[in-house]
Design a protein around this ligand. Structure first.
Ligand code: NIG
Ligand code: FE
Length: 404
């Protein structure tokens, strides 16, 4: 099956085959072609160019001057959750902080109680609504975490739901075991850390990665090292929550354990930038949670100026970022973190794909990659996406070459 896109105003986000991430000044570049065409064969990008399109038998899509770009990649989400936490939203408006809400038994534990009472089918149904919403907003690839189970049965229930999404959604899904999201009810701190290590073998049947909320009031650096070592025994590479609530040491322990990414990073000093230099770990910032919680934004510019790459992701979850809109993430990256639109574009496409280990197959326009694409309305460009941040811009999303 072949699809030929013609009359593309701008084909944006082209990379050389083999480019897996962008770092430092590379983040300033987004390679584009004007007046372009692109040929898809069997769901993959076969070829592209400018001028006259090739004469091939194919379904033709007339882009009518619209921009064609890689679909967004969202490397950090918690979209398998039950119900909503709007009561806590009201608490927050009354002045309680995220930590205070958590201490009163709200927060993650509240979601765990709700999830416990919700059937697997119902959880899948609710999560798929969020997946469809994200895809409609342009997200092709997404990572999804467990972490609202907090006991062996319910963590596995979440991982099975993520697996079911992976099997039914035509975009890319990667799965992360986040048993260490909070201390499960009825456990001591030490007892729960051990329980998470003991869940690892079963979790590794479904999960690609292991995550720990390494932060003040949650899990220490020592807990984190212990859990990551257990994960490594079952082939799970770390992607961890670090430095959201405090300078936690999470970045350093993540880098030491070859984490694919360290995420949040709202509170980092120069030591964290130093620790990341020369590593394979992708610093990932989640401006949606800074926005929603009213906490600092990550120092993305300093990271990039130090020669590092940065990814941006949504953190879509009911407590700190109830939105999976990657275009809004890109806008916050520009408006609040003062990234250029080009840097933000690279951060929500190729680098976010890299932060979930899929930048070899998606996240940019390159021969042989999956045709996970956003076709925009005519007249759009990279600057307008964050600038006109709530004007509808998507004409059609394609996942593996198929209109979704
Ligand atoms: O990434 N920081 C930890 N976990 C989530 C919040 C989860 C929740 O509040 O339900 C986050 O912000
Ligand atoms: Fe998170």
């Amino acid at each position: 099956m072949k699809t030929l896109f013609v009359n593309i105003g701008t084909l944006a986000g082209i990379t050389e085959p083999g480019t897996l991430r962008k770092q430092g000044r590379e983040m300033d570049e987004v390679q584009c072609l004007e007046n372009a065409w692109l040929l898809v064969e069997d769901g993959l990008i076969k070829s592209f160019g400018t001028g006259n399109p090739p004469r091939v038998e194919a379904v033709t899509v007339d882009a009518e001057g619209g921009m064609l770009m890689p679909a967004f990649c969202d490397s950090h989400t918690h979209i398998v959750y039950a119900g909503s936490r709007d009561g806590e939203f009201l608490d927050k408006l009354r002045g309680l902080s995220y930590e205070e809400i958590a201490k009163r038994g709200g927060g993650i534990l509240n979601s765990a109680d709700l999830l416990h009472r919700t059937s697997e089918d119902e959880l899948y149904r609710q999560a798929m609504e969020r997946v469809r919403e994200m895809a409609a907003k342009g997200t092709g690839a997404m990572e999804i975490k467990s972490g609202y189970g907090l006991n062996p049965e319910d963590e596995l229930k979440m991982l099975r739901v993520i697996d079911r999404i992976r099997k039914t959604y035509p975009g890319i899904v990667r799965s992360t075991f986040l048993g260490a999201h909070a201390i499960g009810r009825g456990y001591t701190h030490e007892g729960y850390v051990q329980a998470v290590c003991d869940m690892m073998e079963d979790a590794s049947r479904y999960a690609d990665f292991v995550d720990v909320f390494c932060d003040e009031g949650f899990f220490t650096v020592e807990d984190t090292a212990h859990i990551l070592e257990a994960g490594a025994r079952f082939g799970l590479r770390p992607k961890i929550h670090a430095n959201e609530l405090a300078v936690s040491g999470g970045v350093q322990v993540g880098v030491k354990h070859r984490a694919l990414s360290v995420d949040h990073l709202e509170r980092t000093g120069d030591e964290e930038i130093e620790a990341l230099r020369g590593s394979q770990t992708m610093p990932t910032m989640l401006p949606g949670s800074s926005f929603f919680l009213g906490i600092p934004y990550g120092r993305a510019r300093d990271f990039i100026d130090a020669g590092l790459g940065v990814a941006l992701a949504s953190d879509y979850n009911p407590g700190s970022s109830p939105s999976g809109d990657m275009r809004f993430v890109m806008a916050l990256g520009c408006i609040r973190m003062r990234l250029t639109p080009q840097r933000a574009f690279n951060a929500v496409t190729l680098n976010s794909a890299c932060a979930m280990g899929v930048s070899d197959i998606t996240g940019s326009i390159a021969e042989g990659k999956r045709a996970d694409l956003i076709l925009t309305q005519p007249g759009w460009d990279i600057v307008k996406i964050p600038y006109l941040h709530h004007t509808p811009f998507i004409r059609q999303v394609f996942l593996g070459g198929e209109a979704y």
